[in-house]
Write a protein that binds this ligand. Sequence first.
Ligand SMILES: NC(=O)c1ccc[n+]([C@@H]2O[C@H](COP(=O)([O-])OP(=O)(O)OC[C@H]3O[C@@H](n4cnc5c(N)ncnc54)[C@H](O)[C@@H]3O)[C@@H](O)[C@H]2O)c1
Length: 260
Amino acid sequence: MEQKSVAEAVNLSGKVAIITGGAMGIGFAIASRLGEAGAKVLVADKNAAAAEAAAEKIGGAIACTVDVSDQAQVEVMIAKAVGELGAVDILVNNAGIYPTKPVMDSTKEDFENIIHTNLMGAFFAAKAAANQMIAQGRGGKIINITSIDALHPSSVGLAFYDASKHGLWGFTKNLALELAPHKIWVNAIAPGGVLTPGTGLGGTANPDLTKIMDAFMAKIPMHRMADADEIGKVALFLASDLSSYMTGSQVVVDGGTLLS
Ligand SMILES: NC(=O)c1ccc[n+]([C@@H]2O[C@H](COP(=O)([O-])OP(=O)(O)OC[C@H]3O[C@@H](n4cnc5c(N)ncnc54)[C@H](O)[C@@H]3O)[C@@H](O)[C@H]2O)c1
């Protein structure tokens, strides 16, 4: 097999990448790194203003307003990538929500809300993107952002979230099997605690989660939360040729949290 230089292996020029939930937090960090590596980026987010602002910060990027839990909107998102950027080569299923509520206080609607965004949304986007990648005939990369909660619960109140992320990890492995004949590689990244607007520690406040994250911090061997870019760099690895022999894997990026 031809050995590429590091510069060639990380180069995403000529590739089109869609990042759901790309307007802020981990999604924005991923979009920024893939854009820096040369990909044409579609920042897809339900927050239209934030998506526009994010796209402006990334060279050559465009924004798309989408709620990933709505299949029709997701299909429009894929069509927009093809129509305006010319293809779909990389999909990052990052959009996710993590409201905290004990099961005993929760309703069917609470469960549906989380599953529809975190799990069903990834299915809608993966199916539509893979259809396009198969038609293009040059393979592709799908990266699902799970969580260490896909492997081990981090706190009480996240049972539905944990169900969605365990589900997304299972979905990743089976989809990797199904799409391998098309040279579409499907992997996951399982972050630990990351400084983002959603955690209330990287921008917009979320008081409930701040308390949980304080307790969580005590369990991190590296004694700090991740910067969103530390997930962005791993996403670049999985989106690029540096990970050419990886599919069906989940990369844990947690500062050692699962060890404690
Ligand atoms: N921050 C962490 O500590 C952490 C840890 C593990 C996993 N994760 C996962 O990483 C992903 C991103 O987390 P974050 O902390 O950056 O979140 P965030 O709340 O800071 O940002 C999430 C972005 O996704 C968008 N979004 C939410 N629902 C959407 C929908 N239905 N359709 C389209 N866009 C939607 C939001 O508008 C926002 O721009 C999530 O899947 C989350 O579960 C985060």
